[in-house]
Design a protein around this ligand. Structure first.
Ligand code: MV4
Length: 495
């Protein structure tokens, strides 16, 4: 394998190409009209246009991607995350065409893609699952199943995952209607009306384990990531280790994650997701791809997950054994998005008139943008992943705050102020996280307003000093420092 086509865009395309370069593998970009000239197309050794901006006609166009792979002589395809990454049909076509799909087999994608089947399979493997139905639920058996579980329950679509189309039912009265509507939504969204139910856990943490599995039956886990800070199932902040786990629990959950992967003969990098509540953990879903948040695990373990993933696909054994894996310090990731956190996180695509990312000790920024780059409206509006490492959680948080105040983005609205507010939030700082963190922390909006107001007044004072052309960069940089001093003074005044 010496040429890999990367069937993705943005930061993850560059991430994969970086691994290719280190391995001496030629990388091929495919891009849509909306991504002409984007950084990832230039980072690649070769780049080919696939089609118009809409993903359905470009990044999801299986035939076109396969055609380009054959034409340019790529022997493997890396799907990144999103788009075709978990599409069993795409993996199957690759298998038929003798192009190595860098991920698990189409069979495993298919099995894990059906969330009910995955749950049943994991139960068979002896992996703890939440109490719930063993098959799909409809009007005839719902009453019976749920009377055993007791309310509240959560209805989940078998074909889905990631939260779309899930409904919480609190009592008998709501049940039939909720079931009917859940089935309708499931059918419309996933083309499969099957749903199953689970006992609803009120405010669980989302904790997932990174695993690596090679084609010789070697399986290791690289510890966990806590991903509880999310909004509408979109993760915003992740960290590793989780403040909730003891090393005993980590060991126990890690072994279960490895067992889950072994049971299905998993091969490649993958993630086993758990819900964690009151000291107990339950299998949720398996993510059969490289994930956005993989980088925090790389930072604390020192293992290049994408490189391992490629080597696995090449038929190499894992470069590490479980006892070689050690977690050093703490890493936090903030997803920096072009969106307005004060207006319901509405996407804010557009041109980056000014862009300067933070740096220095313990900071990693993965992104696919640059000054004067225009974020297209067609795709996910993520600008970058800002990752801070520290020897302990507190150092990672302080470093993340420092980096957030160094970040200069002019031209689009970003969620940086949201991250600033969270990094100051007492519950976050204490590690008290749950999947309802954002909706229950009602002061966040006010905190963001306060932070913005303070920055605005600083900028106004400074803009009188600097000329207009220099303003964007100089103002933001100086404001950042002043801002941090003010915040430190405030914290000291509080305590
Ligand atoms: C749950 C749950 C509580 N109890 N299942 C939503 C995303 C999907 N992957 C699973 N989800 C949930 N399943 C039971 N039995 C709460 C959630 C949930 C959630 C899970 C992970 C991360 C964020 C979440 C936000 C709200 C609800």
């Amino acid at each position: 394998m010496d040429k890999i086509l990367v069937a993705n865009r943005g930061e993850i395309a560059i991430r994969v190409m970086r691994a290719c370069r280190e391995l001496g593998i030629t990388s091929v970009a495919v891009y849509s009209n909306a991504d002409e000239g984007a950084l990832f197309t230039r980072y690649a050794d070769e780049a080919y246009l696939i089609g118009p901006a809409p993903a359905a006609e470009s990044y999801l166009n299986i035939r076109k991607i396969i055609q380009i792979a054959k034409d340019c002589g790529a022997d493997a395809i890396h799907p990144g995350y999103g788009f075709l990454a978990q599409n069993p049909n795409f993996a199957y076509v690759c298998e038929q065409e003798s192009i190595r799909f860098i991920g698990p087999s189409s069979k495993v994608l298919e099995l894990m893609g059906n969330k009910m089947a995955a749950r049943r399979e994991m139960k068979k493997a002896g992996v703890p699952t939440v109490m719930g139905s063993d098959g799909h639920v409809d009007v005839s058996n719902a009453q019976e199943i749920i009377s055993e579980l007791g309310f509240p329950v959560i209805i989940k679509p078998s074909g889905g995952g990631g939260g779309i189309g899930m409904t919480v039912v609190n009592n008998e009265e709501e049940l039939q209607e909720a079931l009917a509507s859940a089935k309708l939504i499931a059918a419309n969204t996933f083309g499969l009306a099957d749903v199953y139910v689970e006992k609803y856990l009120p405010d669980p943490r989302h904790i997932e384990f990174q695993i690596l599995a090679d084609s010789y039956g070697n399986v290791v886990h690289l510890g966990e990531r806590e991903c509880s800070i999310q909004r509408r199932y979109q993760k915003l902040i992740e960290e590793t280790p989780s403040p909730a786990l003891t090393s005993r629990l980590r060991h126990e959950m890690g072994e279960i994650a490895v067992k889950a992967a072994r049971w299905v003969n998993y091969e490649s990098a993958g993630t086993i997701e758990f819900l964690f509540s009151e000291g107990k953990f339950y299998f949720l879903e398996a993510n059969t791809r490289i994930q956005v948040e993989h980088a925090i695990t790389e930072v604390v373990t020192g293992i290049d997950i994408v490189k391992e993933q490629i080597q696995i696909a090449r038929g190499c054994p894992l470069s590490i054994k479980q006892e070689d894996v050690c977690m050093n310090g703490w890493a936090i990731e903030c997803r920096i998005n072009a969106e307005d956190p004060l207006n319901n996180f509405t996407p804010s695509p557009g041109k980056l008139q000014h862009y300067r990312s933070p740096g220095g000790v313990g900071i990693r920024v993965d992104s696919g943008v640059h000054t004067r780059y225009t974020i297209p409206p067609n795709y996910d509006p993520m600008i970058s992943k800002l990752i801070a490492w520290g020897r302990d959680r507190n150092e990672a948080i302080c470093r993340m705050r420092r980096a957030l105040y160094e970040y200069i983005i002019v031209g689009v609205k970003t969620n940086i102020m949201f991250h600033k507010a969270v990094m100051e939030n007492p519950r976050f700082v204490n590690g008290e996280l749950g999947t309802h963190f954002i909706s229950t922390e009602t002061t966040l909006v006010d905190d963001m307003r306060r932070i913005t107001k303070r920055e605005k007044s600083l900028e106004e004072r400074l803009s009188q000093i600097f000329t207009h052309t220099r303003r964007a960069a100089a103002v933001a940089a100086v404001a950042a420092l002043t801002q941090m001093r003010l915040q430190r003074d405030e914290r000291e005044a509080d305590s």
